[in-house]
Design a protein around this ligand. Structure first.
Ligand SMILES: C[C@@]1(CC(=O)O)c2cc3[nH]c(cc4nc(cc5[nH]c(cc(n2)[C@H]1CCC(=O)O)[C@@](C)(CC(=O)O)[C@@H]5CCC(=O)O)C(CC(=O)O)=C4CCC(=O)O)c(CCC(=O)O)c3CC(=O)O
Ligand SMILES: NC(=O)C1=CN([C@@H]2O[C@H](COP(=O)(O)OP(=O)(O)OC[C@H]3O[C@@H](n4cnc5c(N)ncnc54)[C@H](O)[C@@H]3O)[C@@H](O)[C@H]2O)C=CC1
Length: 214
């Protein structure tokens, strides 16, 4: 285990992808989902990437990589099918301290991309440390089935409820008690079953009744 897990804000940040095949496409689409400014360099672009360029969603920087392309990059993805090219760019990134992902050589990655389940602000990220991306994908599908789309609404509700508690309960001990008890397994099970209203009622009751110690 060598990679530290974190969630990064890449909105409007330059992210450079070298390569234009299906792996580059997956990385690009994921970056766009988080509002990054995506730049691509590749000898060829597949159809999906050509469309993204034509629609102005990503900036195509041509076929040739130069170190100057790394300027201001927040993340770099070496996603060509040419190992020598990927490794050379990774070396440049290492020298400039720019986080780099090398799709064909986990040992050269300073960051790796997890498999994710996204339910609004609730995100579950799975990594196998590169040992089995296929397993990460299988687990992602299992978790997607377990944590349905309704969790988006629920996480927003819990977030609002937490703010309510923070804004209205001055006693720090009481506040902490309520916050720690806002959700339990039974509530999560209700959300999983799609019974959001009942789940919300349980959360509310922690705030209005059981949490309020005298
Ligand atoms: C190290 C890492 C670096 C990185 O890319 O970030 C890496 C490396 C490599 N992947 C390879 C293969 C495959 N990768 C996938 C899929 C995904 N790969 C992703 C991440 C990662 N892949 C990082 C580690 C993540 C971790 O485990 O912690 C996911 C999670 C995220 C994403 O890419 O967006 C995404 C699933 C998203 C989803 O659907 O949920 C599939 C499955 C499929 O395509 O159906 C296969 C084929 C099956 C297999 O090999 O297991 C190969 C061999 C290439 C070759 O054979 O030449 C290498 C290189 C090597 O291992 O040497
Ligand atoms: N990390 C991951 O999740 C996975 C990684 N892989 C690895 O990723 C590599 C790429 O896979 P695909 O996208 O399917 O390959 P692909 O063959 O579809 O695309 C390769 C792309 O690299 C570009 N390219 C080649 N040489 C270049 C250069 N010198 N400069 C700029 N661009 C160049 C090509 O024009 C092409 O667009 C594979 O070789 C494989 O080892 C494969 C599956 C999953």
């Amino acid at each position: 285990m060598k990679h530290y897990p974190l969630f990064l804000d890449i909105k409007n940040k330059k992210c450079l992808v070298i390569g234009g095949g299906s792996v580059a496409e997956r990385k690009v689409k994921n970056l766009l989902a988080y509002d990054a400014k995506v730049y691509i360099i590749s000898t060829k672009l597949n159809n999906a990437l050509q469309e993204l360029v034509a629609d102005g969603k990503v900036c195509y920087r041509g076929t040739n990589y130069h170190t100057a392309e790394l300027d201001d990059a927040c993340l770099v993805f070496c996603a060509t099918n040419n190992h020598a090219v990927n490794s050379a760019i990774a070396k440049d990134c290492a020298q400039k301290n720019i986080p780099v992902n090398v799709v064909d050589k986990p040992s050269l990655c300073t960051f790796i991309v997890p498999s994710t389940v996204v339910r609004g602000d609730l995100q579950l990220a799975i990594s196998t440390g590169g040992k089995s991306p296929a397993l990460a994908k299988v687990l992602r599908k299992k978790l997607e089935a377990d944590f349905g789309p309704q969790f988006k609404e629920f996480i927003d509700y819990i977030g609002n409820m937490r703010n309510l508690v923070i804004n209205n309960i001055e006693d720090l001990e009481q506040r902490s008690y309520i916050l720690k008890n806002l959700v339990d397994n039974l509530t999560i099970d209700l959300v999983k079953q799609g019974d959001i209203e009942q789940a919300k009622e349980r959360v509310k009751s922690v705030y209005y009744h059981s949490g309020l110690k005298s």
